[in-house]
Design a protein around this ligand. Structure first.
Ligand SMILES: C[S@@+](CC[C@H](N)C(=O)[O-])C[C@H]1O[C@@H](n2cnc3c(N)ncnc32)[C@H](O)[C@@H]1O
Length: 280
């Protein structure tokens, strides 16, 4: 049974990196008029209230979006991300945080399509409400890792898949690589963005090794940490592994991640990684 609720974590430092990278990929897809297809395998409820009891429990957004909200002189990618979050909030007051479904919807043009998946019985209802009636978007109460494979290749032959599991089960670390490889076999030209947490670094080392051994090519990794790795409970860092990234992404992240690690890192302990896991 699924117990994870992203509402406790909305807008935290991990969402900042995840959604910033997502936005860079979507901006790139929008550069051409040709339609694209987007698949979100783990959509969540779509829309978050930062004044809800969930978000206020640990106020994780305070060390994420809220810290960037009033800052001047943001690096351009951070500014673009903050401006999109601002477009969901009236009067420059941060009360609402859009999840990946609403961020992707923000970029959809008439010709584009989006497939959303969510398994949790409460979250799926919230997601349907957040999305409303939109002919470009299909919402499915089903396993996104499994269903995404059957949706590929998309008829548009352009697009991306966002894979954002909660890693509630340890086997998720292996499962995502198996599913990613199967998706990539069906649609080798697609862009794939896989989010990961750093809770126990050895699991990440296995994940990276599995990606390297999978036969995937052109894979980059972008990671943002706010404290040094620790054996104690909790997420110290998180990252995005991107297959077939836009060619400008790595340069963008060179300008973005040092700044984010300085501004979101706790007591000067912020850190980041930008690595090519597998070359082209
Ligand atoms: C980290 S949250 C998603 C957050 C969302 N992508 C965002 O950025 O706003 C992960 C979600 O995946 C859902 N989930 C877990 N396993 C799933 C699966 N196999 N297929 C679809 N949804 C799943 C969980 O219920 C949870 O709501």
């Amino acid at each position: 049974m699924l117990s994870y609720r992203h509402s406790f974590h909305a807008g935290n430092f991990a969402d900042v990196l995840k959604h910033l990278v997502l936005i860079k990929i979507l901006e790139h897809l929008c550069k051409k008029e040709k339609p694209f297809c987007c698949i979100d395998t783990h959509a969540g409820p779509g829309d978050y209230r930062l004044n809800s009891e969930f978000a206020l429990k640990n106020k994780e957004f305070n060390n994420g979006i809220a810290r960037l909200w009033q800052q001047d002189n943001l690096p351009s990618s951070v500014e673009a991300y903050v401006n999109i979050i601002k477009s969901f909030n009236a009067d420059n007051t941060l009360t609402r945080y859009p999840g990946s479904p609403l961020i992707i919807k923000h970029f959809l043009r008439n010709q584009d399509h989006l497939f959303l998946h969510e398994l949790h019985s409460t979250e799926i209802n919230l997601l349907n409400t957040a999305i409303g009636n939109d002919k470009r978007i299909k919402v499915a109460h089903t396993d996104g890792l499994h269903n995404a494979i059957s949706l590929l290749p998309p008829i548009q032959h352009r697009g991306m898949v966002l894979i954002d599991p909660s890693y509630e089960i340890k086997s998720d670390y292996q499962q995502v690589v198996t599913s990613l490889s199967l998706m990539h076999k069906r649609f080798p030209l697609g862009t794939y963005a896989l989010w990961y947490p750093v809770v126990d670094r050895s699991r990440n080392q296995h994940l990276e090794r599995a990606i390297k051994d999978s036969g995937l090519k052109n894979v980059q990794l972008f990671e943002l940490g706010i404290i040094a790795d620790t054996q104690e409970h909790g997420m110290t860092a998180s990252g995005m592994i991107v297959v077939n990234p836009p060619w400008t992404l790595s340069t963008d992240m060179q300008q973005t991640l040092p700044w984010l690690s300085k501004h979101l890192g706790l007591n000067g302990a912020g850190h980041y990684r930008i690595e090519t896991l597998v070359s082209e």
